[in-house]
Design a protein around this ligand. Structure first.
Ligand SMILES: Nc1ncnc2c1ncn2[C@@H]1O[C@H](COP(=O)(O)OP(=O)(O)O)[C@@H](O)[C@H]1O
Ligand SMILES: [Mg+2]
Length: 266
């Protein structure tokens, strides 16, 4: 199952991707984590691995990819066939404990150009990615909704939006639901940084509270780990339990989500 994890900047996308990847791996799943966020450098730290070489480098680098796109009037296909996790070159992935991390690429220098080549490459890659029954792909999207404009969610099975306690985040739930439904993708909300005082207020402000699949508590240790760039383990309290329940419900509904994807293709 290919899951897009999206939401506004700082809502907790990379944190959720990391904790969910670790939980699914502990359940015996093989998890591909796809870092498509060109601006942030934190995900590999949270996973406790080195940042792999840009996937875009494997295709000749950003300028080459852009050239291929322009020469073909933006119709160039970078993938002739479907790809499995084992087809990802070792040079652009790192593996630890059944979690494989790959990264589309980062913005390295001022004036190097926009991130569109990386975005196009990853959109096509996700489209061509084929997973086995015990494999998951978790896609850490860039903040905001540009990835919907690019079509990066088209090849996924489920959109998971992380919602933090802010007006912008809660307002975005309506737009992301609308965008997901317009491409026939199921959408679920993960409330994050929840405290007992604001829990009900958050639920009331989400555009559709029946689509809330998990509530992750605000967690002091997680905040400290995020501050110093430490590897995350989720602790052994309420946060860990919420992640465990999320992983279990995703696994239990995978046929439902996959079916909706197959129905799209039919
Ligand atoms: N449930 C939580 N409790 C406390 N802090 C959190 C929680 N979730 C995320 N954070 C913190 O919020 C910050 C942003 O999280 P991050 O996952 O990097 O967001 P994003 O990837 O959406 O930009 C980090 O410092 C992280 O440690
Ligand atoms: Mg992030």
């Amino acid at each position: 199952m290919k899951i897009s994890v999206c939401g506004k900047g700082g809502c907790g996308k990379s944190t959720l991707v990391t904790l969910l990847a670790k939980e699914l791996a502990a359940m015996g799943k093989r998890v591909l984590v796809i870092d498509t966020d060109e601006s942030n450098y934190g995900l590999h730290k949270q996973l406790g691995v080195e940042l792999p070489e840009d996937f875009t480098a494997y295709f000749g680098g950003k300028q080459k990819v852009l050239g291929d796109m322009m020469m073909s009037n933006f119709t160039h296909q970078f993938f002739a066939t479907t790809w499995g996790i084992d087809d990802i070159p070792a040079s652009c992935s790192v593996e630890k404990d059944n979690i494989i991390l790959m990264s589309s690429g980062k913005i390295h220098e001022a004036n190097e150009g926009c991130a569109c080549p990386m975005g196009t490459l990853m959109t096509q890659f996700i489209d061509h990615l084929t997973l086995g029954p015990d494999e998951y792909a978790l896609i850490d999207m860039e903040a905001g909704i540009e990835h919907f404009g690019r079509g990066t969610n088209n090849g996924t099975d489920l959109v998971l939006m992380v919602v933090d306690p802010s007006f912008e985040s809660l307002r975005l739930t309506g737009k992301i639901k609308e965008l997901s439904e317009s491409i026939d993708k199921p959408i679920r909300f993960v409330l994050n940084k929840v405290t007992p005082e604001i829990r009900q207020l958050m639920r009331n402000q989400v555009c559709d509270d029946t689509a809330i699949i998990a509530e992750l508590p605000a967690d002091g240790d997680l905040m400290t780990a995020g501050l110093i760039g430490a590897e995350l383990d989720g602790g052994d309290g309420a946060l860990k339990e919420a992640i465990r329940q999320l992983a279990v419900s995703l696994e239990a509904s995978r046929d439902q989500f996959k079916d909706s994807f197959i129905a799209d293709l039919a």
